[in-house]
Design a protein around this ligand. Structure first.
Ligand SMILES: [Zn+2]
Length: 217
């Protein structure tokens, strides 16, 4: 395991290399950030937004929490989304789950963790809403299916937020995407939960849920 001193050593080497490769890189970053992308992902250390997508500092605005949940009363997430949409004018927001997510598996199996149980309850609500789908699947498929269903439901939560409803009512160009990351192969899957207007949410949602079932039958 690298030590804290190693982290600083790595940081200095990285900054020097960036400046050698792209003179003026950091000076240009100090002026302002103008990312086109916002990433809402899991806090899991295996799912680093920039590395997975090849995006550099300044290119993606990030919010992460346990199991990539968008909760209507979470001022942290909603403030981050509002800043991204209204001030930075991001054009794409991706909600990204990942297979093998500890939060999702804890929700699936009603495993008690502690304080976090109250957060994971949001994913159990997703599990309970889609119990019919999950029960038809083989037990070993249910974890991955709940990862997908959770992403789809969190995209819905984001779409119906006042921030997104207001942005779309004003004609702002913002598209929400639902993706899942494979920790085992490093690949992103598009769950086809892609919404760019308030009107398109319902049909896209129904098709995406069908897609979760189709992918496993
Ligand atoms: Zn996770």
């Amino acid at each position: 395991m690298p030590s804290i001193a190693d982290l600083f050593a790595h940081n200095r080497a990285w900054a020097a290399q960036m400046e050698r490769d792209r003179p003026g890189f950091f000076a240009s970053l100090t002026k302002q950030q103008s990312p086109k992308y916002m990433w809402i992902g899991c806090s899991d250390s295996r799912v680093p937004a920039n590395q997975i997508t090849g995006l550099e500092p300044g290119e993606v605005f990030v919010h992460r929490n346990v199991a990539n949940v968008v909760v209507h009363s979470d001022l942290n997430a909603l403030s981050t989304v509002q800043f991204a949409v209204e001030m930075l004018k991001v054009e794409h927001i991706m909600v990204v789950g990942h297979y093998g997510c500890g939060g999702v598996l804890a929700a699936l199996h009603s495993k008690r963790i502690g304080l976090a149980d109250n957060w994971i309850r949001h994913i159990q609500d997703v599990r309970d809403r889609h119990r019919g789908i999950l029960e038809k699947l083989a037990p070993e498929q249910r974890g991955d299916a709940l990862v997908d269903l959770n992403v789809i439901e969190q995209v819905v939560n984001l779409c119906v937020s006042t921030v997104m409803q207001d942005a779309w009512a004003k004609g702002q160009n913002v598209t929400i995407h639902g993706w899942a990351f494979g920790v085992n192969d490093g690949l992103l899957q598009d769950l086809h939960m892609t919404v760019s207007s308030a009107d398109s949410l319902e049909p896209v949602y129904r098709a995406a849920i069908e897609g979760v079932i189709a992918a496993r039958s």
